[in-house]
Design a protein around this ligand. Structure first.
Ligand SMILES: Nc1ncnc2c1ncn2[C@@H]1O[C@H](COP(=O)(O)O)[C@@H](OP(=O)(O)O)[C@H]1O
Ligand SMILES: [Mg+2]
Length: 375
């Protein structure tokens, strides 16, 4: 497929995800401080949403800076951003302290924007600017036109637990995911990987944090190290694993039982001859693990009543596919990004694989196992 250059879009997206990832690193460090230093244990940085899932100043902070930068670079006219957070709880009168905390992290991050080759505001953003930037991301997407899709902190539970999480930004045009960028600030990257692709094994030290990105149709997915203070000079090519024997395959899946049926995936893996224990990881880092060759399979089978959101998959799908992998629902169909916020019509679950051989085996195994499952 011919994809227009999108060079400016890609460059902006990669740079802003670096900046956003550095914001998250700082907030996560604060969350890990002992409660004696941090007041009530999280310094008021973590709140519960209506569904009881956590939301933090990092979620709102990242959404604000990504929205602000995209608006600066591409203008607000026709700017459609579909993103996870809204301003409902943040704009309440009793949330002044929380809004102040968000404002602090946003302005701290934006003051560093030039280190990432991005424009910084002439003066610190006020609360109204920040609410406006967050609130602007209320697009519901759709089949036509261009939509940015953002999960500011994917795997917020992992984030508050000091574990893995991701910043995910994608660009969808006419229902197709054209660009994907994943910031994985806690992902362990083998040092060899920074010069040869992170699937190289062998002795060597491990560094923490990377940003992965890919453009549809390029046949290439890239990884950069996440630096503590600025934009890196280099990027290395990613390559998904060529392992096609289930005995040697690593399967990853959500940590939380509530998010995927561990019993069903264990039965599936067993029926295919998978021997290794599953690698349970929060967030879209699972897509990153497939793209860089650290794992071969990612499976997610949520409860049938749960509707998957596009921001939890868009960036990961294009990165895995351009790294040589394949992503479909459990019926073998491409994920459908044309229906707005949700991945409508999803057949049973999501299966991402490093290659088609393994993928075909899993799809076959799903149907054999499904009848006897309790999903
Ligand atoms: N009941 C449920 N079933 C499946 N997925 C769910 C879920 N509740 C939340 N999720 C999604 O699972 C994501 C976390 O992924 P994982 O379980 O792979 O770590 C959450 O992203 P957020 O953390 O951004 O809200 C959320 O979108
Ligand atoms: Mg998410």
């Amino acid at each position: 497929m011919e994809v227009e250059s999108l060079a400016r879009e890609m460059e902006t997206a990669v740079r802003v995800v670096h900046l956003a990832s550095s914001l998250c690193v700082k907030v996560q460090e604060k969350l890990r401080l002992p409660s004696s230093i941090n007041g009530n244990g999280n310094g008021g940085h973590v709140k519960s949403k209506d569904d009881d899932s956590p939301v933090t100043v990092a979620d709102w902070g990242v959404q604000a800076i990504v929205s602000w930068i995209l608006a600066e670079v591409f203008g607000t006219q026709n700017l459609s951003i579909v993103a996870e957070e809204d301003t409902d709880s943040l704009s309440k009168a009793e949330s002044l302290a929380l809004l102040g905390a968000v404002s602090n992290v946003v302005n701290e991050a934006l003051s560093e924007a030039t280190k990432y080759g991005l424009t910084k505001p002439d003066e610190p953003l006020g609360s109204d600017d920040i609410l406006k930037a967050i609130g602007r991301c209320n697009s519901t997407g759709g089949p036509k036109g261009r939509h940015w899709v953002l999960d500011p902190v994917d795997g917020t539970l992992g984030f508050v637990r000091g574990d893995q999480y991701a910043v995910a930004l994608a660009l969808i045009e006419d229902s197709e995911v054209l660009l994907g960028v994943l910031g994985c600030p806690n992902y362990p990257v083998k040092k060899e990987g920074l010069s040869n692709g992170c699937n190289q094994s062998g002795a060597g030290s491990v560094s923490k944090g990377c940003v992965m990105y890919a453009k549809r149709g390029s046949g290439q997915a890239w990884m950069q190290p996440l630096l503590p203070n600025g934009y890196p000079e280099s990027a290395t090519l990613l390559k998904a694993s060529t392992v096609d024997d289930p005995v040697l395959a690593t399967v990853c899946e959500p940590v939380e039982r509530a998010n995927s049926n561990h019993l069903f995936t264990a039965g599936l893996a067993n029926s295919m001859g998978v021997r290794k224990q599953p690698m349970r990881v929060y967030s879209m880092v699972k897509y990153a693990a497939i793209a860089c060759g650290d794992a071969e399979v990612f499976m997610k089978f949520a409860q049938s009543s749960y509707k998957e959101k596009i921001w939890d998959h868009a960036a990961g799908v294009v990165i895995v596919e351009e790294a040589g992998g394949v992503v479909t629902d459990a019926g073998g169909r491409k994920l459908n990004f044309s229906k707005g916020v949700y991945l409508e019509g999803l057949d049973k679950g999501i299966i991402a694989c490093s290659n088609t051989v393994l993928h075909d085996k899993i799809i076959g195994a799903v149907y054999a196992s499904w009848e006897s499952s309790s999903l």
